[in-house]
Design a protein around this ligand. Structure first.
Ligand SMILES: [Zn+2]
Length: 242
């Protein structure tokens, strides 16, 4: 239980760019009060006190996450995202900030920061998902384009979506869609799915002529296709959960 008579510890940080005072809360740094240069420091305790409820709530979330152990195999939000399909690994940190929504930033190569209402897990999940979609657009789409160019396939469009039960699809109009979950698969399987969908631009079925086509570009297609039956295990729990 929070004790209202207890002072909330904080650090003051004066910012040249800040226009208003705001609060930042993270598991590592604790509460930081960012104030503009002209802001009267004597007003800080009152400001902190007025946000006591929010601070207590967020600190409770941090504590709960620490106890649960943020695990990438469980459904908890990830502290690390391994995108094997494109050979990338990202660390993820969360910082509560007194703002609306959650802002995602690529702090550096391999380093993500989510700032804002980070105790809202559903919101964080959505933000991470749309980042994955952008990542897939940046990496998987050009890979499909290269494969198509090298092997002489044509398609009308390609899009990235989060799909529950399909890794990819190809419409009769040649619209290819890739599941963003491909990002988590071994590269060989990613390539297999791309070949699979590209060959559908020639045959809209799984006939022996179709598989003959697939075999030309992926001699191991049969083993890869079998492997796909179990491939959902590569998708981390936090993303699969819905
Ligand atoms: Zn198919």
């Amino acid at each position: 239980m929070p004790d209202p008579s207890q002072q909330i510890p904080y650090t003051i940080r004066v910012s040249h760019r800040a226009k208003h005072a705001r609060l930042k809360l993270s598991p590592h740094e604790g509460l930081i009060v960012v104030i503009p240069q002209r802001f009267d420091k004597k007003r800080v305790p009152e400001l902190v006190e007025s946000r006591r409820e929010w601070i207590t709530k967020v600190q409770g979330t941090f504590e709960q996450r620490r106890l649960e152990g943020v695990s990438d195999t469980g459904k908890a939000l990830p502290s690390r995202i391994e995108l094997n399909g494109i050979g990338e690994a990202w660390s993820v940190s969360y910082r509560a900030e007194d703002r609306t929504g959650v802002l995602l930033r690529e702090v550096s190569e391999g380093e993500l920061l989510l700032a804002g209402l980070v105790h809202d897990e559903a919101l964080c999940r959505r933000v991470l998902e749309s980042w994955l979609k952008r990542r897939a657009g940046r990496k998987l789409v050009p890979q499909l384009e290269r494969l198509a160019t090298i092997h002489g396939f044509t398609y009308s469009s390609v899009s990235v979506r989060k799909q529950r039960s399909r890794w990819g699809s190809c419409s009769s109009k040649g619209r290819i869609s890739l599941n963003l979950k491909l990002l988590f698969l071994p590269p060989l399987l990613v390539r297999y799915i791309m070949v699979h969908e590209l060959c559908h631009t020639l045959h809209m079925n799984h006939s022996s002529r179709y598989w003959g086509e697939v075999a030309r570009f992926d001699p191991d297609y049969a083993a890869n296709d079998r492997e796909m039956t179990h491939a959902w295990r590569f998708v981390p729990g936090w993303l699969a959960a819905e």
